[in-house]
Structures are given as structure tokens and as C-alpha cells.
Design a protein around this ligand. Sequence first.
Ligand SMILES: Cc1cc2nc3c(=O)[nH]c(=O)nc-3n(C[C@H](O)[C@H](O)[C@H](O)COP(=O)(O)OP(=O)(O)OC[C@H]3O[C@@H](n4cnc5c(N)ncnc54)[C@H](O)[C@@H]3O)c2cc1C
Length: 413
Amino acid sequence: MIEGIVDGQAFDVIIVGGGPSGSSCATFLGKAGKDVLLLDKAKFPRDKICGDGISGKSVKILAELGTLPAMSKSEHIEMYGVTFSSPKGRVVKIDSKGKSGERPPGFVARREVFDNVIFQNAKKYARTLEGFQVIDLLWQGDQVIGVTGLETSTRKKYSFKAKVVVGADGAASVIASKVKLDEIDEAHQIVAIRCYYKGVKNLNDTIELHFINELLPGYFWIFPLANGMANVGSGMITTDLKKKKVNLQEATMRAIKENPLFKARFEGAEQVTPFKSWSLPVGSKHKKAHGNGFILVGDAASLIDPFTGEGIGNALVSGKIAAEYIIKAFEQNDFTAKTLKEYEDALWREVGNELKTSYKLQKIGQHKFLLNLVIDKAAKSKAVQEAISNSLLNPQERSAFSNPLFYIKALLS
Ligand SMILES: Cc1cc2nc3c(=O)[nH]c(=O)nc-3n(C[C@H](O)[C@H](O)[C@H](O)COP(=O)(O)OP(=O)(O)OC[C@H]3O[C@@H](n4cnc5c(N)ncnc54)[C@H](O)[C@@H]3O)c2cc1C
């Protein structure tokens, strides 16, 4: 027996992974009275390789989860916009102060802190088991009916049953692999590296995205954190990385040491953690996310924004929508793929257009000329700054930038 749970015990829903997608799903299901077991192989607080940028979309769900008060007491900074730079070195700061009412438009918080806030909140609504690694699914015919895993400290094996298993176990999802939905398409995957720095100069309350020659067609980021720290990293689509034979760490260090935009800012700064690499499954391709007795959410369902690399928002949103449709499945007492497909349909109604637009923007962002053009225009025009700011706060408004007319107008203006 572990922490009051016995081998073979049955729950309404088992959620594998206590990151943003799993904790969001567990909280919404628990609030609706479902008996939920939330499992994670790690013990919280735990780190997750990430840029640590938490967008407006996430802030909205955090409010629904009831975690904003805890968030505001935890280590974070409020984020008010984005600073961009173009391949030719033009820098533009797009400020979003005062646009979203009483809440800040976003946060930057280390995932060790942020994920712990939402996981601890989920504990109020679900039974949780940390240090438990799921290794396989239980099946009855072609229906998933539970999971098998190991208590990591003892390597003792346990099985638990549920009507629905939610795969919220991230980019290397065991659940996706066990249901054979883990095929990787490298044209729809970003590889990224991240480390923490202390003492980078001239940080402000915006996140910085730099489209610099060293890392094109990818990007370099500097996200300011509390206590004078900064999250520094870079990313590129896997196929581009392989085609161009880019070594992300070398290219990033070259930018830090030699690029005139960063050289002085990093002088005397200290790299406090090594670079770590992880993949981002992006939502430029619709991946199946349901089947008999299971649902995939967050990175396990490949929902990261292909333009910004932002995945926490869609992880939280997919957790919420999954909870809604799992509750409907209970009302119908039907946990087959036919009913659970409604989750995936609703999810793609919500995020599909936005992901399509971001995919177009990702393609546009691969053209140096267009990047120089838009960032030049933004530097000069309040209207373009406003449009970019709105599109960042509200991804549904991004479509203007994926329209060729925008670039023709920008060229002529
Ligand atoms: C370098 C990098 C930078 C990024 N920057 C940003 C950013 O700035 N902003 C943003 O919004 N997004 C960013 N993302 C994307 C973001 O990190 C993910 O989209 C987000 O974490 C997805 O949440 P999730 O809950 O689906 O998965 P995760 O956060 O990965 O959580 C999965 C959980 O499952 C657990 N788990 C895994 N396997 C098992 C198992 N077998 N058994 C039990 N538990 C298991 C893990 O321990 C983990 O706690 C970035 C990603 C990377 C790699």
C-alpha cells in the first residue's frame, strides 16, 4: 500500500503527469466531484526545461483554477510585452502595459515554482501520487482500463484502474507511445536549449525574442526572472537544425559572446546552470488525441504554438476541455473512442485556427527579408506595434500577420 492507495484500486479517472495539462484536468474534474488519481514520476517542486514565459491565455485559466492568489505570492515577475530584434539588428520594444485590465498580461516564473503552485492546488481536488512512474497501460480487449507503474523509491509495481486514462505526460509521453500515437514528424517539432543566467544587464519587464543571424531560421530568447536571473535559450525546427547542421549551444554562445546586441549585456554575467535540451511537439499538424478509454492533453497531444513555442496555455486549455468531455462521457456512461472523440473535436475548434495562423507565421519568420521588414515597420509605427501587442495578448488576432496583404501594405507604406 502507498499513501492510502492499494494495488488494483479503481478511480473514475487516472491522470498521468502533474504538469500544467494534468494539474488543470485534475482540478476541473475534482471540482466536478470525480474521483481522480493524479500520478507523476517526479516529486514536486520539480524543474521542467522551458522558457518560463506564461502568457495571457494561461493567466485566464489560472484565474479559473483559483491559483492566481498563490501565484502572486510566489517568485515571479509580471510581464508586460515583448522586445524583438531583427536579423539586421533593429530592436523594438512592444509594451502591453494597461491593456488587460486588473491582471498583468503575463508572468515569467521558473517552472519549479509555477508547476508547484498548480500541482499543490490540484491536490485539493484529486488524490496524488508523486514518485510513481507509469510504465504501461491495462487493457480489456481494445479498451484502456488503467495503468501499471513503479513506485520509484522501491521499484515496486502497482496497477490502478479507471474509466478514463489521461496522458498528460509531456513530449515523451509513455501513454502516447503505448497507444501508438507517438510518431514524431521532425518538420513539426522544435528542438530547444535553455539555461539560467545571473546578472544579464538591461533586462526589463518584457520577454525578448531575437531573430538573429546566428540562429536563423530559429530564435534566441532572454526572459527576465525574479532576483536578477534570466532564462536564456534558443530553438529551431528539427528538420532545419539537421539540414543546416546547427549546433544550438555553440550558436547561442557565439551570439552571447560576439553579437553586438548582447556582448556588453552578458559581460560579467554568470551562467548558473548548464544548457539542457528538450523537444517541443508543435501543433502545426493535427495529432490524434483520443481512443477507447484514453485522452491525450498538452504536449502529449502536440499542442505547442509553432510560432512562439508557447505550450503552457494550450496545456491548461486542453486539460480544461478534457475534463469537460470526460464529465460528459460519465453522463453517457460511455468511455469509448466514439464519445471521447468529442473532446478532440472541441479542442481543435478552440485552438485549431490559432495554430494554423501560427504555422503560417512560422513560415514567414523563416524569411530574413520579411522579419527585417516587420520589425523595421514596428520600430516606426505605433499602429504596427499595437497590432503585434494585441496579437500576442490574444492569439486569435494573429491572423492579420499571416495575410500576405499585411506585408504588401507594409512594403508600400
Ligand atoms: C526549451 C523549452 C522552452 C519552452 N518555453 C516555453 C515558454 O516560455 N512558454 C510556454 O508557454 N511554453 C514553453 N515551452 C513548452 C512547455 O514547456 C510545454 O508545452 C508544457 O510544459 C506542456 O505541459 P504538459 O503538462 O503537457 O507537460 P509537462 O509540463 O512536460 O509535464 C509532464 C509531467 O508528466 C510527468 N511524467 C512524464 N512521464 C511520466 C510517467 N511515465 N509517469 C508519470 N509521470 C510522468 C513529468 O514528470 C511531468 O511532471 C517550452 C518548452 C521547451 C522544451
